[in-house]
Ligand binder design. Sequence first.
Ligand code: ADP
Ligand code: MG
Length: 336
Amino acid sequence: MAISEFDIISRFFDGRGPQRADVRRGIGDDGAVLRVPPGQELVAVLDTLVKGVHFPDNTPAEAIGYKALAVNLSDLAAMGAEPAWFSLGLTLPGRDVGWLEQFSAGLFGLAGRHGLQLVGGDTTRGALTVTIQAHGFVPCGGACSRAGAREGDDIYVTGTLGDAGLALLAIAGRYHVAGAGAEELRERLERPVPRVALGMALRGLVHAMVDVSDGLLADLGHVLRASGVGARIAVERIPLSEAMKAARDELGERQCLDLALSAGDDYELCFTAPPSSRGEIMRLAEAHGCSCRRIGVVESGGRLVCMWEDGRVYRTGRKGYDHFADAGRGSPDEKQ
Ligand code: ADP
Ligand code: MG
């Protein structure tokens, strides 16, 4: 059954999810009119998901709806922002009502959990593409940044790394996982849990923060460059899931570590903070039900070095690393 663009908006999007008092005007006008609380600043983030690029062709519509918002919430979390509103740019190849039902269910399921209202958007025809711009609040001057890391800071990461990359290997048929493990990995790829509450709680405590979307080394690299510092990572301390540990037999330790360091799509938080904050940070992570591991230290100079505990340098040829080395600061392997 074909329905019009306006039917799509009114049936699947208008009035769905939380309705907030700070939305003076939402869907239905040429623009939304929104009220930022006194003493707060607006944080705006945007992420696009393109079929075949950001998600495999056979991804369920419900998962696409969920993930399109989740990746934006992860950006808000890295800024320490409290989510409030979002807009949806939706490009659809056709008017598939069943697909829209599933997509909107995934989208509003997550929006409801975080109290976000959909305040507008655009609906067009073309190759399946989902763009979301999300908005959140921080107290004036209080947003977290990539630029504040200081020599001597500890480096932390939440959750476990590399699972989404491992799931993609499994989907591509290059890794064979059966039963509950396969389901768990697929969840990590399709339903990343944005660390929103922890991100907000860490505001004021961390010197620098980023969300890990392009792989730890690439995203930590952004922090180091923005902050004008380097880092030493302890390879043994990289948090690995049980699924990843189980994969080591088939794939080998090196490929698993490379996935954890560089594969991307993790949507965990990586941040730096002074050693004096260790107790408070672990307490906050626990209070928010989020595992958190200290994985290294910020150093002077511009290099990012991964080391085994026995002092050997861990070499990886993966892209995240090359990207950092391309910036003219030298490869981590040069430092021996
Ligand atoms: P215009 O032609 O003025 O750009 P549209 O006809 O595209 O407006 O949209 C009408 C209203 O519906 C607007 O308020 C717009 O923000 C909203 N809207 C359009 N598409 C979406 C969508 N996918 N999700 C949420 N709101 C949407
Ligand atoms: Mg208009």
